[in-house]
Structures are given as structure tokens and as C-alpha cells.
Write a protein that binds this ligand. Sequence first.
Ligand SMILES: [Zn+2]
Length: 388
Amino acid sequence: MQSSFPTQALPSTAAPGAEPTFISGAPALPNPSTILPSNYPAMDKPPPVDSAEVQQWKQEVANSGISIPDIEPNNQGGCANNTAAAADSSRCWWSCSGCTAEKDIVECPDPLSWGLTYDDGPGFYTSNLLQYLDEKDLKSTFFVVGSRAIQFPAILQAQYMGEHQIAVHTWSHQPLTTQTNDEIIAELGWSKKVIKDILGVTPNMMRPPFGDIDNRVRAISLAMGLTPVIWTRTSPTSTFDTDDFNIHNGATPVQKVLQNWQNILSSASTLDHGFIVLEHDLFEESVEVATGYILPDALAHNPPFKIQPVVSCLGRSLGDAYIETNNNSTNPPPNASSTGTSSSATDGKTTAISDAGRLYPLDIQTLATTTLIVGSGFAFGLFAALRL
Ligand SMILES: [Zn+2]
């Protein structure tokens, strides 16, 4: 079957066994040819919860000493379809109220500091973005979907060896507040595992798909060693979301994304702290906007932004982004006494802003039949089932 990848070649292909010398104590790079999809759950589907792996991770969560709040999973449909939950400040449901907890990372401490992030890859266009970042000597955080990491292990290795930060964005990209505890554990656990198998290290940060996180999801994430990273929100109606994800499906015109970016830029320049913006590397259009407009615009900004991965903007070394190489004395991992998930919400407002639309799966037909690799059964099989 013919296929023609519309991507550029990777700027560099990491050799199996290469040493990530930029991280003290990091193991040699595994051979990606040893990563067999048959050893993992089905692509882009919630993993089963009865596997031996999930049972082990459940035990680890139970042993963590972190108590998981007794909260029922939400209905699909976001805030508008869960009005009682959205109004319940004890849940601290970020996507409905902007409520954050002590451990949440939603900004960088220093003014004009930008924690650069891209979500939902690796994908066919990630290499285009990597090439641009290389040219400009920029480093980013990539929140990767486990299902896609296993389809593109060489790209994930190139991201990691390019000294970008790799972090968890679940296995199949479900809205986590709708999932049971076991399902959340399976989503996070398999994503951690596949990244460890490909890179040799395990991320210690996660971003919830759609920003959909409450105190139950937070507690499970922290019990699994994952600190939540969302994005900056300056008011109930102003989040630092470019909406670049929705160019591809036609829901958001590129002009609107550029306007969103201008609004973010104006706001970011006035903050007494740094910021984190939501962007994506899954679609060609999003990567083109990033490399053709947003990043050049940011690089030309005066006064200059300091653009760097989230872990770096927090003043930590890149090694502190991974469980195996984290300096536990200076960057202690979450534990039962430090989660602060049940009582330390800094913003208990429950204005029930409806962004429920962001919780609906988008039209995958457009994706599967247009830009991406029509004719490749492999790619079609991967992307046809995606929930984005
Ligand atoms: Zn996502």
C-alpha cells in the first residue's frame, strides 16, 4: 500500500544505545525496534483495568499513602452536563472553575518566562516542529499520548535526545474526570510505561486531556508520581489556549487563533509571573501556525521572553523531569504529607464557566480522510479511532 509522509526528515535520528549525556545518571537509549505494539493495550482505546500491570499500579497507589477523594466520575459533556459537580468547590474542578490546588503547575514563576508546551503527539508533523525548534535553539515540553508514542518511538527519542522535556498526556486521551479510579490508573500507568520503555526514563509531570482535572484525578496522578501541569488562566474567560487544535477541523479559523495569540501576548506582558500556553503538535496546521507565526512573533518580542520547558522555567534541571533522575533532595516527589489536594485549593470560585464543548470528541472523519496519509492502512487505523 502506497503512503507518502508529508513530513520532513527528522533533524537527527537517535541511535539505540546512545547516552543522554545532558541528564546526569540517565540510562542509555533503548532500541525502539524492541517496542512491540502487541505488548501494549489497543491504540486509542481506554486500556483494560484487569491486567496484571494495572493491578500492580493500583497497589502502588494504595501504598502511596495519598488518599483518593470519594468522588463519583462525572458524566460526559463537561461542566454543563455536571452542574452539581461543577458547583461543588470541594472538587476543585479546574475546567469549570479555574480552581487550582497546591501542586498544580499553571504558570512559570518569573515574569516574561514562557513554559513552552505542545500536546497530543508525537505525530506526523512533530518533526517539522522539532526542526524549527532546533534552528532557533528552543526547548519545549511535550505532553505525549501513549498510543502515539508507540507508533512513533523514533520521533519520541529524537524529542528526548533533543533535550526537550517529555511528559504524560494519558494513553487514549479521555476526559479523566469521567473515568473511574481504575481507568485513570490504567491511562496514566500505560503512558508512563511506554515512555519508559522507549526512553529509559519515566516522566514525573502530566497534563490532563482538555484540562479536565478535579481533586480525585489530582490525587491519583500524585499517587503515581505525576505532578499536574495545566495552562495559565487569568480570568474565567481568559485562558492561555490558542485553540490551535481546532484549525484542522475547521472549527476555529486561523485568524481567530492568531487573535487568541495576540490576546495572550498582551496579557503575558503585564503579568507579575510567567506563563504556560496550550498548543499542539498533532496537526499540520497547528505546527505551521507555531513555526510560521507564534514562535517567530514571540522571539521578536521586546522585552524578550525566556522560552523554555516547564521544568526549566521552574528553575529545575532537565533531570528533575524524570522519576529515575530526579534529585529527590531538592525536588521531593509528591507524598501523603505534601499533596494538598483536599484542602488547599487556591481558588474555590465555582462560576461554572461552560467549556463543555472542549470535552466532546471532535470530528475524526475530517482528520482521517484529508491531511493525514490517505492510503496508509497503518496510519488510518491509528487516526481513524482517535478522540482528540
Ligand atoms: Zn490533548
